[in-house]
Structures are given as C-alpha cells and as structure tokens.
Design a protein around this ligand. Structure first.
Ligand code: GLN
Length: 455
C-alpha cells in the first residue's frame, strides 16, 4: 500500500531519492512468513520505514543528496539501519535532503527539492525534508532523520509530524555520513509520540563502533510514552518557557498556538515559569562557526580517490587538479560556502578568534541549560519561528536561512534531547505549527512521557 501511495504522489512530493520497490516487497513477505511460523517479529515487525539518504545502506545508494556520491552504494549498513532490519522493519527507500544535511528547506538537494505535502509551493523543512514529507503524506508511517542543528525537529514542525533529536551519544552515528561530528544525532520521525518512542527503542543504545556512544542502559521510551498517555495530570511538573526563543521575529500564528498550549498545560496542573538563557543570543553565530569547521574536516574525505565521483580535467592533470575538478563539479554552492567558512575559521592565526571563541560560547550555552534545568523539568519553545515558507524565499540570502534555526540549534550545542510535535495550524495560513520540548541530557524518557500526555 505504501509503495502504491509513493507511485501515486511522489512525482509531486519528491520525498524519495531511491525507492526499494521489489526488495521491500520481498522482505515484507519474509517477515510475514516468520510471523506465520510462530516467530515473534517484534512490535514494528513488517512495518515499512523511509531512511534519510545520509545513512549508509548496503543495498541502496547513499548519496547525502550530493552529486559527489551519486550512485555510491556503501559496503555496509549504518548501525541504526542494521538495527531496523533486525527488528524486522522494511526499508522502503532513501529520502531527499539538503546536500550533506546543510540547509533548512531541501532546496540544496542536488536532485531537486522535496515539496511540502500541505502546500506543494512550500518547503518541507530541512535538511530532512524528505523524511518528514514521506511521513506527513502517508508514503511511510516511519522515517529516520539526522539532526545536527534541527534537521529532524524543524521539518517535523512544518509538516505536522513528530521528530526527536536524542541525547548526544544516545543513538549510534556509525554509518551516518558525518556533517559535524560533535552535533550530529540520528533520530525518529513519525506521526505519533508513541511511534517515535517505539522506533527510538529499536535504534538507540550503546554501539562500540561509535566512540561517542553513551555506554549505559536506557529505559523503555515506549513505556514512558504509554505512561504519559495514561496519566494526563501534570501536577508537580515544572515547565520553563525560554524567553529568548520567542517574541519578536516569530510568526503571530506560531506564537498564538504556542501560548494556547501553555494555557492547556497550566489547566492540566503544570507550573509554567519563564526562564532566561542569555547566551542563546549567540547560538547561531557559534553554530555557524563550529559546524563549518567540523564539516570542512569531515568532507575532506571526498577527495576523488576514496568515494564516488572523479572528474579528470581535459588532457589529464595532477592529483590536486583532479581533486579540485571533482569538488568543483561534485559539491553544490552551500557545501562549498561552508567548506570555505570552515577552513578559514580553522586556519592558523584565526583559530582562537573564531573556532576557539565559538567553543567558549558553546560552554556558556551549556551552562544556560544547566541553570535552567535546576529550576524546571522541561523547557518549551516553538520548534520553528515560522510555518513552512515558500520556495526561493531564503535561498538568495544564506543568513536568513541560518536565522531560521534559532530554536533548534541550542539543543545540539548542549547535547540535550529535543522533541518536536504538532500543536495545530496557524490561523493566518492554515499550516502546521510545532512545539519543541527539551529535557536534560539522558532524560529522553521525559520527552516521551510529557509528549504523549500533550498529544
Ligand atoms: N539548518 C541547519 C543547517 O543548515 C540544520 C542542519 C542539520 O540539522 N543537519 O546546518
């Protein structure tokens, strides 16, 4: 049914870069057979899932929506993909994204943008717009995304879906094509909080192949979500509203839905307080130094020798000339912009002024979170300052695209978990609005419990 749905609408939505087709059907009948033979196929056995193209899959191309990896089939699965397969989920295909996960709209995909199923003239968010659009349009009930600065939560907000960025280290990054290694996390995209929890239970947990993976046991997030759905009272729950993540610059309908949600929470017994995170003001500036710095280092592996594309200048050329020609042809404009920014920020003489300062700001932001979580159990903000914007609105001015990330970036800088979930439509345009919930590091279960109550 999902493959039929994709055949019917994906020409317009373009959520997928690759569709598994017969391989998915074959795997589905194998899982059916397992079940018929009396095996326990698990809670999501036989359920299809779309996979962001930043994740390595041994049987499907993995391009990160870049020309430089066009047609590249990795020799192995990302840990999260291997875990999906062992839990008997059925990979449906690979979803579109901004090239190397750099962007907030999927307009930077080398293979053309994904369209928002709510309004095909609008962006589905980014970088994981394909995963969110696939779930929102019922092409897939589940998807995987990656979130370095909001690429799961912001697409969830503008498509009316649920998306979770786990605690840094909570989900393996092994086989996730690296953007900024100190910020990247893989996470679930779904239509309900319980669904996200079920998926997180499958993909999460320690992985010795990721050196930053947390070596600890995690509670069942599905149990947390079920507990939240069963007990709707919120008495004793202290909720902080981050002053710096609202107000001026936020669309009126977004603020309206957010304020209404706070009122509902109060009625359910929650205590709402305003908290200030004074250094969030510098989050975008710090992020757009740290991210390009790490990305420029990570993307050095695309050297025309080890992976994918190789372009030889006419009449041959030196190794350096082949590398330069390959990168010139293989990387899109946003990727080039960030590589240049990153190498500049890391260069001798500038390192302390840019990268060093940004790291200090990062510490101050972490301390803002620590101070806030001494007062409250959870922090709330809108997931994004606006509803889905129109194509082309922000591509001419990279800074305006970067500013859209204000709400989501702090959680990545601090490594804390964040969930985005829908809270209705903005009255002025009828488009989905998202609520962001943040919890202290390792307290992902709190997000699921609270999110399921709210849902
Ligand atoms: N919009 C952010 C950026 O462009 C999000 C990136 C991400 O989370 N992958 O960097």
């Amino acid at each position: 049914a999902h493959l039929d749905r994709i055949a019917e609408i994906d020409g317009g939505v373009h959520a997928f870069l690759h569709i598994a087709g017969d391989a998915a059907l074959k795997r589905a009948s194998e899982v059916d057979q397992l079940r018929a033979d009396g095996h326990d196929v698990g809670p999501l056995g036989g359920v299809p899932i779309a996979i962001k193209d930043v994740l390595c899959t041994y049987d499907m191309p993995s391009t990160a929506a870049s020309r430089i990896l066009e047609g590249w089939i990795p020799p192995y699965d990302a840990t999260v993909v291997a875990r999906l397969r062992s839990a008997n989920l059925i990979p449906l295909g690979k979803t579109n994204m901004d090239e190397f996960a750099m962007g907030s709209s999927t307009e930077y995909s080398a293979y053309g943008p994904t369209r928002n199923p709510w309004d095909l003239d609008r962006i589905p968010g980014g970088s994981g717009g394909g995963s969110a659009a696939a779930v929102a349009s019922f092409e897939a009930p589940f998807a995987l995304g990656s979130d370095t600065g909001g690429s799961i939560r912001q697409p969830a907000a503008v498509t009316g879906t649920v998306g979770v960025k786990p605690t840094y280290g909570g989900v393996s990054r092994y086989g996730a094509i690296a953007l900024a290694s100190s910020l990247d996390q893989v996470g679930p995209v779904s239509r309900t909080v319980l669904d996200a929890a079920l998926l997180h239970d499958i993909i999460g947990g320690h992985d010795p192949r990721d050196s930053t993976s947390l070596d600890q046991l995690w509670p069942s997030f599905a149990d947390a979500a079920r507990a939240g759905a069963e007990n709707l009272a919120l008495s004793g729950v202290r909720i902080g509203v981050v002053k710096e993540l609202g107000g001026a610059g936020f669309q009126a309908g977004v603020t309206q839905r957010f304020t209404e949600t706070l009122r509902l929470l109060e009625q359910a017994g929650a205590e709402i307080v305003e908290v200030s995170a004074p250094h969030f003001e510098y989050a975008i500036a710090a992020y757009y130094l740290i991210l390009p710095a790490e990305a420029s280092s990570n993307l050095a592996r695309f050297d025309s020798v080890r992976f994918g594309l190789r372009v030889t200048p006419e009449g041959g050329g030196t190794v350096e000339q082949v590398m330069a020609a390959t990168r010139e042809a293989g990387f899109g404009p946003e990727v080039k912009r960030r590589i240049i920014l990153g190498t500049y920020a890391l260069s001798a003489g500038y390192y302390d002024a840019y990268y060093g300062s940004a790291q200090k700001v990062r510490t101050l932001i972490q301390r803002d979170f620590d101070a806030a979580f001494e007062q409250v159990d959870l922090l709330l903000s809108p997931s994004a300052p606006t509803t889905a914007f129109k194509f082309g609105e922000k591509t001419a001015d990279p800074l305006s695209m970067y500013l859209n990330d204000i709400t989501t970036i702090p959680a990545n800088l601090a490594g804390v978990p964040g969930m985005g979930l829908p809270i209705g439509l903005a009255p002025e345009d009828g488009l989905p609005v998202g609520l962001q919930i943040m919890a202290p590091a390792r307290e992902d279960a709190r997000l699921y419990r609270f999110g399921a109550t709210l849902e």
